[in-house]
Design a protein around this ligand. Structure first.
Ligand SMILES: *Cc1c(COP(=O)(O)O)cnc(C)c1O
Length: 370
């Protein structure tokens, strides 16, 4: 008789629902006998441009050193980030994606006796990292699909160690404005770490979304997390970073794997950071595609949640799961978000103009079948 090891896992792990990623193109191709090149994937908020030539070149240049361990301190990338953002290198923690940063801060500061606060409809990784350390996850009801910061501040107890905030948030695309964020930061006790997840900050083109870096000097309990996976187009390589007071960075550094960011990722991120033209083009494609999707949805009589990210949560006014399935048969992969408490929405990543059109045409087809 074999042992039921799940019953031996820690209680938080037993109750944990694993992260559900977007469906890979190859998987859909296998399941429906489609050609991968005929499939459009708008499911994981990836950059539709593909990697820039500068990034390809940097990765090729790093091949010669593949037998060596990477620079465990990420010296060159930290230097470049420090110069660009106007922070000290001691404030920077590099991560294997920004997911790593979210996990490191939780592992370093949170135990089974603690609570972690976040919003309903917020990024799925927050409850996962919380339950993995056996802490109590406190999910606060949202307001108009966005974070209700007053309610979140009120949910803080003496047991709270971390509050996670995504700005803009995934999967809703909602954002928090400057005054609201400042009032919140002023209200949070100084022994509670506020993790401000800015995975989409490079896509923000309006001045109504604050830049977390501006608040670092004033709030030693603030940790800003960012990523190269979205606007910088490096999702496959897994590289992100945290910005915080040196004391928090030191704590994260103690629990991370010694070589948590690989050398190809380090080289690529450094090149991406310097490739301003790529970022400008990414924003242009996004701005244009957002308009295209909004116009297309309006023409279909659908509403959506206004978004500052590179994706749009579209309200189908009915259960979205069957529509998601029918879109798969048309070779279009988007993201159902019922697991985020949004059973009537589909989250669609902004793609290239022709990819957005493929989605809109397929959606029209599928909806017309009733
Ligand atoms: C995509 C995303 C991340 C980034 O994940 P990486 O590990 O950096 O690829 C973090 N937070 C949110 C809200 C996201 O949507």
């Amino acid at each position: 008789m074999s042992c039921d090891f799940l019953s031996l896992a820690r209680p938080g792990v037993q109750k944990l629902s694993p992260y559900v990623p977007g469906k890979p193109v190859e998987e859909l191709a296998r399941e429906f006998g489609l050609r991968p090149q005929d499939i459009v994937k708008l499911a994981s908020n990836e950059n539709p441009l593909g990697p820039s030539p500068a990034v390809r070149e940097a990765i090729a240049g790093a091949f010669a050193e593949l037998t060596r361990y990477p620079d465990g301190n990420g010296f060159a990338l930290k230097q470049a980030l420090a110069a660009k953002l106007g922070v000290d290198t001691a404030c920077i923690t590099l991560g294997n994606g920004s997911n790593d940063i979210l996990e490191l801060v939780t592992r370093a500061f949170v135990g089974p006796e603690h609570e972690v606060v976040f919003s309903d409809h917020a990024f799925a990784v927050y409850p996962i990292v919380t339950q993995a350390v056996g802490a109590k996850a406190v999910s606060v009801p949202a307001k108009d699909w966005g974070h209700d910061l007053d309610a979140m501040a009120a949910a803080i107890t003496p047991a709270t160690r971390i509050v996670f905030i995504a700005n803009p948030n995934n999967p809703t695309g909602t954002w928090i404005e400057r005054a609201a964020l400042e009032a919140f930061l002023d209200r949070v006790p100084e022994n509670v770490i506020v993790v401000l997840d800015e995975a989409y900050t490079e896509y923000v083109e309006t001045d109504d979304v604050p830049n977390g870096v501006d608040y670092l000097p004033r709030y030693p309990n603030l940790l800003v997390s960012r990523t190269f996976s979205k606007a910088y187009g490096l999702a496959a390589l897994r590289v992100g970073y945290g910005l915080s007071s040196p004391v928090i960075a030191d704590a994260l550094n103690r629990v991370r794997q010694p070589f948590n960011v690989n050398s190809l990722a380090l080289a690529a991120a450094l090149a991406a950071l310097q490739d301003e033209a790529y970022l400008i083009e990414s924003r242009r494609i996004n701005r244009q595609g957002m308009q295209q999707l909004e116009d297309g949805c309006a023409a279909l009589g659908l509403s959506w949640i206004p978004s500052r990210g590179n994706f749009l949560a579209i309200d189908l006014g009915r259960e979205a799961a069957p529509v998601f399935q029918a879109l798969l048969r048309e070779g279009v992969i988007v993201r159902p978000v019922a697991n985020y408490g949004m059973p009537n929405h589909l989250r669609v990543t902004i793609g290239l103009p022709e990819e957005n059109q493929r989605f809109l045409d397929a959606l029209k087809q599928v909806l017309s079948r009733g």
